[in-house]
Design a protein around this ligand. Structure first.
Ligand SMILES: NC(=O)c1ccc[n+]([C@@H]2O[C@H](COP(=O)([O-])OP(=O)(O)OC[C@H]3O[C@@H](n4cnc5c(N)ncnc54)[C@H](O)[C@@H]3O)[C@@H](O)[C@H]2O)c1
Length: 449
């Protein structure tokens, strides 16, 4: 039987991984975006962002003619396919609320295309949207534009995405669970069959529910993960006030409790990226709009704002006045294996260092081109980690890239003016590094530093 055709709107991390995922398993996929430059790169088999494992499969699927990316041709993409995955961006407004303008405008385009179709088509909202968006906003727009009835003439589902940047493609094809928030049973059956065809008989568990519950599952999941991070960071900050305490040991022991689990308990400089900060903000604004402010999450967000500045505080404590001092920043991306700098912890850290008069030199394996668009010539950029350390008074580890983990105390001692190291991500052994360098790390009690 011929596989159904798939269209994907929005070709960021979620859209492109979804598109390449389906295309790599033999589905015909048409992506559509507003961004001609991005589309051009994709059609040449070049991912527009750094994501391990994506390059080869993108090149292969484009080469085999199973994937193409159109510019501003949403209607054509929808008309020629059977399922449309909407993965457009849902950024924050200045008041923290979710900005649904791209969801809205793409729903108009999809609706117009549905009006031209004579066959059944399922629209799947993949973007992260607040509860009610699929049913109250997207569905009615689709009905108005198509002059057809949702649930009868076309289908509608909400199916949130849980991929992690840095392993986005791997997560897309090996997801832990699939959530299908269905407008009606026929829509849900159609999407479940598509997923079963894609993942095979031993695929991940599938949970079928209402669109609003599916939307809430995504916010609840990201809020829980953000809470774990701010929780362990709070424990880390407490550890620093207790002689000889170490948050790493606390986290390891906590993680062995099956009810808690070991993941997302790495104390550090807080969470960044395109999802957690914006999803936490949106969920806070949404809960306030319900008249039930999410107090716990307010604390999670508030701690995350101050946590990165601890790196500067450590630096000041070890170096003294930072005016005119050379500070080496290792890591700019919000996490390893990505070049994404949205809400990266490096941004508030570097801005604060500059405000205090420090001279900043930074190195990141892949994020320097993006960092240059943010900091321009206010900082210097080094071609390698050791070049970054040269003549520095202090070094701050901001992102836990694998290549930084391989550095030895001697690499710091031999290259720096003063051997002062702030381990913002707990990648080094405090015993070894603390013996040879002036060393501070998040969550390390005073006597051990
Ligand atoms: N990045 C992640 O790790 C991740 C994980 C899970 C869920 N999400 C959610 O998925 C959604 C997309 O995230 P992303 O990181 O892939 O976004 P992104 O910002 O990288 O890309 C979104 C793309 O949508 C495009 N776009 C906007 N309006 C469009 C339209 N009408 N038609 C076609 N393209 C349009 C934009 O040009 C942009 O390229 C968001 O809601 C996000 O919260 C992201």
């Amino acid at each position: 039987m011929e596989k159904p055709g798939i269209s994907v709107l929005g070709i960021g991390y979620v859209g492109l991984c979804t598109a390449v995922g389906f295309a790599s398993r033999g589905y015909k996929v048409i992506a559509s975006t507003h961004d001609a430059e991005k589309a051009d790169k994709i059609n040449k088999g070049v991912p527009p962002f750094h994501e391990p494992g994506l390059q080869e499969l993108l090149a292969e699927t484009i080469g085999a003619g199973r994937l193409k990316c159109l510019v501003n041709q949403t209607e054509a993409a929808v008309v020629e396919t059977d399922f449309t995955f909407n993965a457009v961006g849902t950024p924050s407004k200045t008041n923290g609320r979710i900005d649904l303008q791209f969801i809205e405008s793409s729903a108009h385009d999809i609706g117009k295309a549905l009006g031209e179709k004579s066959t059944y088509h399922v629209v799947v909202v993949k973007s992260t949207v607040v509860p009610g968006t699929t049913q109250v906003l997207v569905g009615p727009i689709l009905e108005r534009e198509s002059r057809k009835r949702c649930g009868l003439d076309f289908g509608l589902c909400m199916s949130p995405e849980f991929l992690r940047q840095g392993s986005a493609f791997e997560d897309t094809i090996n997801t832990d669970r699939i959530i299908i928030g269905e407008h009606d049973r026929k829509s849900g059956d159609a999407l479940e069959n598509l997923y079963k065809g894609f993942y095979g008989s031993s695929g991940p568990p599938i949970i079928r529910t209402t669109p609003s519950t599916a939307e809430l599952i995504k916010y609840a999941s990201n809020s829980m993960l953000a809470t774990k991070i701010s929780f362990i960071n709070t424990i880390a900050n407490i550890c620093e006030k207790i002689p000889n305490a170490d948050v790493r040991t606390v986290a390891t022991a906590m993680g062995l409790d099956k009810r808690i689990g070991p993941l997302f308990l790495n104390a550090g400089l807080g969470y960044g990226g395109s999802c957690f900060p914006k999803d936490v903000k949106a969920f806070l604004a949404y809960s306030r709009s319900l008249g039930y402010p999410f107090k716990l999450l307010e604390s999670v967000e508030s701690l995350n704002k101050t946590q990165p500045l601890k790196a500067v505080q450590f630096c000041r404590e070890l170096v003294g006045n930072l005016k005119g001092k050379n500070v080496a920043i290792l890591g700019l991306a919000f996490k390893p294996d990505t070049d994404d700098m949205r809400e990266a912890r490096a941004v508030p850290i570097i801005n604060q260092l500059l405000r205090e008069g420090a001279k900043v030199t930074a190195y990141d394996p892949v994020a320097i081109p993006i960092a240059k668009t943010i900091f321009k010539n206010r900082i210097r950029y080094a071609p390698s980690a050791t070049a970054c350390l040269r003549k520095a008074d202090c070094c701050i580890i901001v992102t836990e890239w694998g290549e930084f983990k391989k550095l030895k105390p001697e690499d710091f001692i031999e290259n720096m003016k003063r051997s002062i190291l702030v381990d913002g991500r707990r990648i080094y052994d405090p015993q070894e590094f603390g013996r040879k360098l002036k060393f501070a790390a998040v969550g390390l009690g005073s006597e051990t530093q």
